[in-house]
Design a protein around this ligand. Structure first.
Ligand code: CP3
Length: 346
């Protein structure tokens, strides 16, 4: 089969494209009426994640509407703790919940059976790849061990991940074991997604920004480097994006130390620093999701600034974090048009 030219994959390999490929984190989500409809049909959020047909449908919705250059598998980073039997559930309006894990639970974690539990996800990947236009890149993903661990320790989301930080200081051996287990499982999971048809994968470290320098090294860099080494040892062609939200100056050596092909940037990363990081390889980002909610000039100016600062090098246009449920779907049309050089009035 002749390989289609997939713009995002080209950039991952180092190409500069004008216009740059564009997709948005959380592009399948509650801001879309068609997502809300499918979500209601599924019942629980996890049944949506584990139904290959429905997961395929919601993955494709934003591609049909906007023609993004990449689709991202519809799932969640917390399917790994779910597969580890942590009793994961999503409470409407208040986010994820699970049984908080303690030292004994960490050393008792059973890795066997985790990938079996996730076979519906791999089935979804196969169906999505088969249904996507040839030129659309399919991204798989997982959570980074640190970010997944923060939810496992606290049992829910927190504003600063104090429970996991504290746990790491008080019980360093148990915490290191937890990160190692998650890294190993995540590597196996990414390899399975790649084998099912994902063109590239992204590792989400959404809580990297609460870590001090030393902890960034041991909790954020080492486990992600371990995942990337393991995936690339088994699938040398694998392309990997690493997104460490809020990492600031710690991003300076993040690409080199983790082995990521492309690094994701949140909107707090100054564009001058982003341009420095781009000298070492492709970058992805970094529009403030609130500019998409605001629309109009705030949206246009934000897009233009990124294109001006980073458009001459390898760039994947994205937000600096996920699109929020209050975003107007028409603002997304405006964003995509603007990135692709279509000028709208007003
Ligand atoms: O990007 C995509 O379109 C693919 C799907 C995707 C989801 N979650 C769907 C989802 C991806 C890549 C994720 C990753 C994820 N999940 C992260 C890392 C990225 C980030 O946003 O920081 C994290 C930390 C989670 C954990 C998680 N899942 C939380 C904290 C929540 C609740 C917050 C919220 O927005 O409701 C979820 C639920 C979730 N995951 C939803 C979606 C569309 C909303 C739930 C619903 O529809 O009822």
């Amino acid at each position: 089969m002749a390989a289609a030219r997939r713009a995002l994959l080209e950039v991952l390999k180092g190409a500069t494209l004008s216009p740059p490929p564009v997709w948005l984190m959380r592009q399948a989500g509650r801001y879309l009426p068609e997502y809300r409809e499918t979500r209601a049909k599924a019942g629980s959020f996890l049944s949506l994640c584990y139904s290959p047909d429905l997961a395929t449908e919601v993955t494709l919705q934003p591609i049909r509407r906007y023609g993004f250059d990449a689709a991202i598998l519809f799932s969640d980073i917390l399917v790994i703790p779910d597969a580890l039997k942590r009793n994961v559930h999503f409470v409407e309006g208040s986010g994820p919940r699970m049984d908080p894990i303690e030292e004994a639970g960490i050393f008792a974690l059973e890795q066997a059976g985790v990938l079996d539990h996730l076979t519906p996800v791999m089935q979804a990947v196969r169906q999505i790849r088969a249904a996507l236009p040839d030129e659309t890149t399919l991204l798989g993903f997982c959570g980074a061990p640190w970010t997944v661990a923060t939810y496992m320790i606290a049992g829910h989301g927190t504003s600063d991940q104090a429970p996991a930080r504290l746990f790491g200081y008080r019980q360093p051996e148990a915490f290191a074991h937890l990160l190692a287990v998650l890294a190993e499982l995540s590597a196996d999971y990414l390899v399975a997604q790649i084998d099912a048809g994902a063109d590239a994968v992204q590792i989400f470290d959404s809580w990297a920004g609460v870590l001090g320098e030393a902890e960034f090294e041991t909790y954020a860099i080492e486990p992600v480097a371990r995942i990337i080494r393991s995936v690339k040892a088994r699938r040398p062609q694998a392309r990997i994006i690493a997104f460490a939200k809020g990492a600031g100056m710690n991003l300076r050596h993040y690409r080199q130390k983790t082995g990521a092909d492309m690094i994701g940037l949140d909107w707090s990363v100054p564009l001058s620093f982003a341009a420095e990081l781009q000298k070492d390889g492709p970058v992805q980002g970094n529009l403030d999701p609130m500019r998409v909610v605001a629309g109009g000039a705030a949206l246009d100016e934000g897009v233009d600034r990124i294109l001006e600062a980073l458009g001459q090098g390898p760039l994947v246009f994205n937000l600096g974090h996920g699109i929020t449920p209050d975003a107007d779907p028409q603002h997304v049309t405006r964003l995509v048009d603007r990135v692709r050089g279509v000028r709208n009035g007003g």
